[in-house]
Design a binder for this molecule. Sequence first.
Ligand code: NAD
Length: 503
Amino acid sequence: MIDIATRISPAIAPAISETISQLQNCHLIANALVPAIAGATLEVMEPATGQIIGIAPAAQAADVARAVDAAAAAFPGWAATPARQRGKLIAEAARRLAERAEITATVLALETGKAIRTECRGEVATAIDIVTMYAGLATELKGETLPFDPQLLTYTSREPLGVVAAILPWNVPLVLMMLKIAPALVAGNTVVVKASEEAPYATIEMARWMAALLPPGVLNVICGTGRDCGAALVEHPAVAKVTFTGSQAVGELISQTAARKIIPVSLELGGKSPMIVYGDADLSRVVPGAIAGMRFTRQGQSCTAASRIYVHSALFDPFVAALREAVAKLVIGDPLDEATDIGTVISQRQKAKIESYLALGERTAGAKVMRCGELPRPDYLADGLFLQPTIVTGLGEDSPLMREEIFGPVVCVQPWDDEDDVIARANDSDFGLAATVWTHDLRAALRAVRRIDAGYVQVNQNLTIQPNLSYGGFKKSGVGKEASLEAMLEHFTRKKTVVIDMR
Ligand code: NAD
C-alpha cells in the first residue's frame, strides 16, 4: 500500500484527498451528493497499483427514478429559460471547471490509469473547450421561415426534447460526457448522466461544479452497473432521448429499448480505423502520426485508434523499424509521474482480453508480435495493469486482430501495392468511424478520401475529437454526430413547423 500523497505534488495532495473523500459513495441528484437508496456499493480501483481507492453507489431502479424525477421536475423551468441565459450559465461553468482542472486531471489519472501529462490534462482541457464552444452556440437554436404562401406566415422552431440520458464508458469519460451534456443543456434539456462504474469520480467531480451553477435537477449523475442502472435509465418512461458511447453489444440493447419506446438514440460504438500510408509519405511525420493515431499513450483505448496501418511495400520495412524504435522510447509507468508517457489499461478484464488477442497473434503462422518498451519496475506498481505497446505484422485480413476492436495497445501493420486493393481492404470492416491517408500526392489523397467508408477522414494528420468538427461513425460505428452545432440541433432538439393564416 503506498500513500497517493507521496506520488503527487505536496501543493495539490490535500485537495486530492479532500476531493476523493467528498466523492465517496455518491450520486449527484438535484445538486446534492447522495448515496444509493438501498445502500449497495461498488469498489473503485486504481489500475496502476491495484489498490481500492474508494466506493461508488450501485444504483438500482429506485435511484434511477429519483434522478429522472429530479430532471423531469427541472425541465419546464430550464426549457423556458432564455437560450442566451442558458449559454451564459454554461460559459460560467467552463470557467469554474478550468479553475479545478488539475484536481480533475489527477482524479482521472488515479481512477483510469491514464498518464496525467500525456492524457488526463489534455482530456480535461478538451472537455472544457467543448463546454465553451456549446455555450457560445446558444443563440444558434434558430428556426427557419418557409416560403410556402405569401398569405401564410410559415416557420419552424427548435424545442428541447425533455430528459436526456447520457451513458458513458471509461476511456475518455470527461470529453464524452461534455459532448453529450453541453449541447443537451444549452438546447434546454435536462440530463441524467450514467457514469462508468469503472471510472466514476472525475465525472461526478466535473458535473458537480457545473450543476452548482444550474437550477437543481438540471444536471444529475448516477453510478451503477450497466444492467441495474444503465438499462433501468434507458427504460424509464420519462427519458426522452438516449445518447451512448460504448460497446456495440450494449449499443444494440439500447437501440432495441429505444425502438420499443419510440425515442431517438445516438450511438458511438467504436471502430477499427485504417491508416493508409502511400510510398511517397514522409516517415518523419508518419511515425509520430501513427503513435498519436494509435493513441499509444492511452494504451490504445480509443474508438478512433488507427489500429490497422496499411503501408506501401516500398516503405513497409523502414516504417516498421522506425515505429518499433520510436514506440520503445515511450516511458511506461506511474500515471501520476510527470516522466510517464503511458499508464495502464482500465481493468483486469480488459487486460486479459488484450492478452488473449496477443496470444492468438503469437499462435498465427507467419505473424510477428513485437512488444516494445519496458514495463515499470517499482514494487508499488507490481499489480498495475501495464502492457507494452505491441506491433503485429504478417496477419491475414480475416484475423480477429485485424477485424475486431481490441481496445488496447496493439497495432496491426500490413503492406500494400495496389491502391484499389488497399482501399477495398480498408473498407472491408463492420466499422466506419475514422481513417487517415498519408501522401503528398493531392490527387491520390482526394481519391482515397472520396472512397473511404468512414465518418472522420484526415490526411497527413491524426487528431482526436475536436470541438466544432462533426464527429460520428458510419456502419456499425454508430448513429448520429457529436461535437458540432449540427449535433446540438439534430440530436438534442425537435423541430416544430408552424403555419399562421394572415388573411
Ligand atoms: P460497455 O458498452 O459495456 O459500457 C459502456 C457504458 O454502458 C457503461 O456505463 C456501462 O455501465 C453501460 N451499460 C452496460 N450495459 C448496459 C445496458 N444494458 N444498458 C444501458 N447501459 C449499459 O463498454 P465497456 O465495458 O466500458 O467496454 C467494453 C468494450 O466497449 C470495449 O472493449 C470497447 O471495445 C468498447 N468501448 C468503446 C468505446 C468507444 O469510445 N467507442 C468506449 C469504451 C468501450
